[in-house]
Design a protein around this ligand. Structure first.
Ligand SMILES: Cc1cc2nc3c(=O)[nH]c(=O)nc-3n(C[C@H](O)[C@H](O)[C@H](O)COP(=O)(O)O)c2cc1C
Length: 353
């Protein structure tokens, strides 16, 4: 089933394999993707993946940037650089999706961070991503104008993604970043409409994006239980919370749902006491295509996720770094290489410059 084709918003996906978004903090501080990053992304296309999702791209120059060397999709120069890469990826018959990311209270780049509420973020900065280490600064509670600006800048970034030739965008509402901070009780203590309905900002972003992109442009939504600054976090209400978020997602109607396995794994932590999976529930409740993630470089687990109907597609992060040609290897029944930490170091140009 891994090699069956799939339809996503009238676009053909050549198989069920996806490269998960991975921040690689590899630009020269200008947010413009480099030639070495182009080669990196093209390696996955050459390796047979059906879809590649970029690392999280920042969406405004106010407070969205999470890491110093993160790429963006804000300036003309950034958009133009992505536009030279997209045809190279598509030439391999691979779909290319830009992940839109706002760091919120856990930005490691912005001095004056913004978050739903002025609450000290848990955890510490990840030193490998730049911006120092130690505690995050105390964020400022976002005003309604700040929230409206985030909605507008996500839509503007999606429009630039269309101009750059991407097949779609993925809204990063997972792993503890801004939109996940809105979804989470302990980071969103607002008493206004954005606190009463924690999904509201995401619904507004999806609606605003739909206004400015062509109809068959893909609008994905990434959700998770774990957070980079609280890996063990699980929904306090368990399956009830999962269902409530997915009901909201159904109404907002993105093109697909991508459940991140950050801090856990699809098979190990993605199930509830009823035996139902978060991904399977996402399929049932939203009726949309679902991407499962977390430890799915293990071929048997990947097959289980697809064959038992828990997901339509599977995404690999660390497994793809270790095996940029994972689909080809699986097809040829070759051994899968184990991930090692050095593989996620920033991308530097190799060979003659
Ligand atoms: C180096 C690295 C960078 C990551 N950056 C992002 C990111 O920019 N956006 C995101 O949604 N998830 C990010 N993740 C999380 C992965 O997409 C994925 O959810 C997680 O690694 C679990 O999948 P895996 O078991 O296949 O590695 C990152 C993971 C790694 C290893």
């Amino acid at each position: 089933m891994i090699f069956n084709t799939f339809q996503l918003n009238e676009r053909r996906v050549k198989n069920r394999t996806v490269v998960a978004p991975m921040s690689r903090v590899s630009t020269a501080l200008d947010g413009i993707p480099t030639k070495a990053m182009f080669d990196y992304y093209e390696t996955f296309a050459r390796g047979g993946f059906g879809i590649i999702i970029t690392e999280g791209l920042y969406t405004d120059t106010v407070a969205s940037q999470s890491y110093p060397n993160q790429p963006g999709i804000v300036t003309k120069e950034q958009t133009a650089a992505w536009a030279t890469l997209t045809p190279k990826i598509k030439a391999h018959g691979t779909l290319f999706i830009a992940q839109l990311m706002h760091g919120g209270g856990i930005s490691q780049h912005v001095q004056h961070t913004l978050a739903p509420s002025a609450i000290q973020p848990l955890g510490k900065k990840m030193s490998a991503y730049g911006g120092g280490d130690g505690a995050f600064p105390l964020p400022k509670e976002m005003t309604i104008a700040d929230i409206e600006a985030v909605v507008i800048t996500h839509a503007a970034s999606a429009k630039r993604a269309v101009q750059a030739g991407f097949d779609g965008i993925e809204i990063h509402a997972a792993n503890g970043y801004l939109l996940d901070q809105f979804l989470t009780d302990y980071t969103n203590q607002r008493l206004d409409a954005y606190g009463q309905n924690k999904f509201r900002i995401i619904a507004e972003i999806i609606a605003a994006i739909k206004e400015v992109v062509p109809e068959n442009f893909i609008i994905g939504l990434r959700l998770s239980e774990g957070k980079v600054n609280n890996l063990k976090h699980r929904f306090p209400g368990g399956i009830k919370d999962a269902k409530a978020i997915l009901e909201e997602a159904k109404t907002a109607a993105p093109s697909y749902i991508h459940i991140s396995g950050e801090g856990g794994s699809w098979e190990g932590t993605g199930f509830y006491e009823t035996g139902e999976s978060f991904t399977g529930l996402a399929k049932q409740i939203t009726g949309k295509p679902v991407i499962a993630n977390g430890g799915l470089h293990d071929v048997n687990i990947a097959k289980r996720a697809l064959e038992e109907g828990h997901a339509d597609l599977i995404s690999l992060a660390k497994g793809a770094l270790a095996n940029p040609d994972w689909p080809l290897k699986v097809h040829r029944e070759e051994t899968i290489t184990a991930y090692e930490r050095w593989m996620s170091k920033p991308i530097v140009a190799s060979g003659p410059q």
